[in-house]
Design a protein around this ligand. Structure first.
Ligand code: ADP
Ligand code: MG
Length: 362
């Protein structure tokens, strides 16, 4: 029954607020990994290694060779809204780092057992710290022998949120999502950053790319030789359509580079769209539908395409702060931008239309 008199309004305890917010950013092991990968990339890492136990439910460990974290900052590292990346709201318009909200490590510390080992570049030794509910646990940072970079260990994710724990999929499905997340970054970041991901105790990694390897090497390592063999390079020409393999600025200030499966690629069971907008790994359902439409029209055998797209839009036209997970970005002129991309993909597919592909019976 609803109360007849007004209920009392109270301010929620800060810990409760943090726990609620944590569930928004960290939905499952793969979202924790995404945040930590982005931190490692923001720190300028060239090698990022991930170890996983039980689909990340038991253990998620990520080691990078980035800048490391200053000892002085360890006390507030996991506080809410502490960041080295943003200071003014206006900076969001042109922000180049993946992070800016200062929420991820805080959130993770509220729903797991978390340890950080870090050595700042140029420091004599490193430090190991464990965190609980955003605070350093006693006795505080302990000096350890280390190499420059950072290792973050996340254990027993959602140990204190049984409902969330129950909502997770099987270990192998969660691990699949982890590989999917890591694989996207491995392709985007090549060449320049090497990635590996292995199950704890396995000698062989499931994904392994090197910093020196080309983007095509990364595609082969992550998505397999069948994809790597069949992809066509895509680049947008100044007037739209496809053009030189060096991306130039097209209509609406768009720059587009990519790799897309061609007519001979037939093994895909569902569309894979690895989409980065201004360096952010995002989803865009209307673009996906438009691209599926192009392939469905040109390739009657209805095989699902594989596409990697690196899309650059004028930063001022992109809203990055749409959601705590940053899984989507908003951008201006969406319909027109999608149409330019659709047109470029279509033109590329038609241009590669040689005698053994589309010509038959058309
Ligand atoms: P954000 O990335 O939005 O700043 P996070 O909670 O993800 O917030 O991280 C907080 C801060 O911790 C970052 O701003 C960064 O300075 C530092 N940090 C986190 N991970 C790393 C890392 N792997 N290497 C170096 N610094 C890191
Ligand atoms: Mg971050």
């Amino acid at each position: 029954p609803k109360p007849a008199t007004p209920a009392v309004i109270r301010k929620l305890d800060e810990n409760v607020v943090n726990k609620i917010a944590a569930g928004e950013v960290i939905q499952r092991p793969a979202s924790a990994l995404k945040e930590m990968l982005e931190n490692s990339l923001d720190a300028g890492s060239t090698q990022i290694s991930v170890t996983v136990k039980e689909g990340g439910n038991k253990l998620l460990q990520i080691t990078d060779n980035g800048s490391g974290i200053r000892k002085e900052d360890l006390a507030i590292l996991c506080h809410r809204h502490t960041t080295s990346k943003l200071s003014q709201f206006e900076d969001l318009e042109t922000i180049s780092t993946l992070g800016f909200r200062g929420e991820a490590l805080c959130s993770i510390s509220f729903v797991s057992h978390m340890a950080v080992t870090t050595m700042a570049r140029g420091a004599q030794y490193g430090y190991r710290v464990t965190y609980k509910d955003s605070e350093v646990e006693a006795p505080g940072p302990k000096p350890v022998a280390a190499v420059p970079g950072t290792t973050i260990t996340v254990e027993d994710l959602f140990y204190n949120v049984p409902t969330r724990r129950k909502a997770l999929k099987s270990s192998s499905e969660e691990y699949g999502l982890i590989l999917d997340t890591l694989g996207r970054y491995a392709v985007y970041s090549a060449p320049g950053v090497g990635f590996s991901c292995r199950r704890h105790g396995d000698g062989r990694p499931d994904i392994s790319t090197t910093a020196a390897g080309s983007r095509l090497d990364a595609v082969r390592a992550v998505y397999g030789a069948d994809v790597a063999r069949e992809v066509l390079p895509l680049a947008l020409a100044a007037g739209g359509g496809t053009g030189p393999e060096v991306p130039v600025e097209g209509p609406l200030g768009i720059k587009l580079e990519g790799l897309i499966s061609g007519a001979n690629y037939g093994s895909g069971k569902k569309t894979v769209l690895v989409l980065f907008i201004n360096g952010r790994c995002v989803e865009c359902a209307p673009l996906r539908r438009a691209l599926e439409g192009v392939y469905a029209a040109l390739l009657p055998k209805a095989s699902k395409p594989w596409l990697f797209l690196d899309l650059r839009l004028p930063p001022r036209q992109v809203e990055v702060n749409m959601h705590p997970t940053k899984r989507e970005v908003g951008f201006m002129h969406q319909a027109e931008v999608i149409e330019v991309i659709r047109g470029a993909v279509e033109a590329k597919l038609l241009a590669s239309n040689d005698s053994r592909t589309f010509a038959t019976g058309a």
